[in-house]
Write a protein that binds this ligand. Structure first.
Ligand SMILES: O=P(O)(O)OC[C@H]1O[C@H](OP(=O)(O)OP(=O)(O)O)[C@H](O)[C@@H]1O
Ligand SMILES: Nc1ncnc2[nH]cnc12
Length: 173
């Protein structure tokens, strides 16, 4: 196992039965509290897909990783937010995730024509959130070059829902 993988795994805490019975929640707050680990993760995410124009972060935990990664990669940051939070005209998509359902939005004018876009999030579980985000970005006319996550929960098979996407995870459990 790589040094980075170990650094990450040692700083993600399992919380049983949160937010619902049966769910093992991957709590990234210990990792975020460690500046060396946080910095290494941001650097790694920013380096996975060189040359992207925009990095999209998904509210809320995705913002924590995607915004510094965008800065580091010299790319623009675009927020995908839960419904009702973006002030200008939006596109929206609804989806199910491991423990619920939600509707997300992006500003219609968030991308330039032909923008190459990377989606960054903390956890890929069922893949519902990432799949809906890919759909949203494609509807704007921009190109999704990949999805980069800190942690993939392989047993939930989210990767199968993103068959046409270059999906990279810093750790897979
Ligand atoms: O692969 P999926 O089953 O779709 O689950 C993954 C999503 O779930 C979490 O977000 P959540 O909606 O809990 O929002 P939060 O970031 O505000 O905690 C996580 O940050 C991912 O975005
Ligand atoms: N098990 C889990 N832990 C943390 N975030 C998640 N998002 C979806 N499933 C999750």
């Amino acid at each position: 196992m790589s040094e980075l993988s170990q650094l990450i795994l040692d700083r993600i805490r399992d919380v049983n039965d949160y937010p619902k019975p049966g769910v093992v929640f991957k709590d990234i707050t210990p990792l975020l509290a460690d500046p060396q680990a946080f910095g290494a993760v941001v650097d790694a995410l920013a380096g996975l897909f060189p040359g992207v124009d925009k990095i999209v972060g998904i509210e809320a935990r995705g913002f924590i990783l995607a915004a510094p990664a965008a800065c580091r990669a010299n790319a623009g940051f675009v927020p995908v937010r839960k419904k009702g939070k973006l002030p200008s005209a939006t596109l929206e998509a609804s989806y199910d995730l491991e423990y619920g359902s939600a509707t997300i939005e992006v500003h219609q004018d968030a991308f330039e024509p032909g923008d190459r876009v990377l989606i960054v999030d903390d956890v890929l579980a069922t893949g519902g959130t990432a799949e809906a985000t890919v759909e949203l970005i494609r509807r704007t006319g921009a190109e999704v070059v990949g999805v980069a996550v800190l942690m993939e929960l392989a047993f939930l098979k989210g990767r199968e829902r993103l068959a046409d996407i270059d999906l990279r995870a810093l750790v897979i459990v």
